[in-house]
Design a protein around this ligand. Structure first.
Ligand SMILES: [Zn+2]
Length: 181
């Protein structure tokens, strides 16, 4: 059995709790210390047997594992996807794996690496025209589905408002904008 240290504010100390697995939260960010879109969270079991989420507060709280959201109903919340599940416990509860294949589960929103707008995983951004390569894409990666690198795309976006002025879709975006100006 694996344990991780979790902070308990009422005792003002960390205590070891049984580690169940790790999930990724995809959905609306909520709470000052709640859940953040794209954040990864440990799932633990407390001494009473409750399965809990170690959220942004670094303390363990009970959330719905199927549709985690704030208890006060101020957000629609989102979905947990399995990142690590050594004993298949999360799978038995009904959580799904992060999939990077061509089924619907891969189509969850991420922040566009160029302009920060919300865009589907591997989708083409409607603001800057850049096609992302997923949430692990970073500056310095080899060129992907675009004709420019991520670094060039960011520079172009800052100067011109689109990721690649020579790209046909970006040309359409620029044209649309000019029509509204
Ligand atoms: Zn973008």
């Amino acid at each position: 059995m694996k344990y991780i240290d979790v902070f308990l504010c009422e005792l003002n100390k960390t205590i070891p709790l049984e580690y169940i697995g790790k999930v990724k939260y995809i959905g609306e960010t909520f709470g000052v210390d709640g859940l953040t879109n794209n954040g990864e969270y440990n799932i633990v079991r407390d001494k009473d047997g409750n399965i809990k989420v170690v959220d942004d507060s670094e303390e363990d709280y009970i959330y719905s594992l199927i549709n985690p959201s704030p208890l006060d109903g101020t957000s629609v919340g989102g979905t947990f996807y399995i990142v690590d599940d050594p004993n298949d416990e999360l799978k038995r509860i009904g959580l799904k794996n992060m999939k990077y294949s061509d089924d619907e589960e891969m189509s969850y929103p991420i922040d566009c690496p160029v302009c920060g707008n919300i865009v589907d995983f591997f989708g083409i951004c409607r603001v800057c025209g850049y096609q992302n390569s997923g949430d692990k894409e970073k500056i310095g990666d080899p060129i992907g589905p675009n004709k420019v690198t991520l670094k060039e795309a960011i520079e172009n976006y800052k100067k011109l408002g689109v990721s690649d002025p020579n790209d046909d879709y970006c040309k359409i975006l620029l044209k649309e904008r000019n029509n509204y100006d």
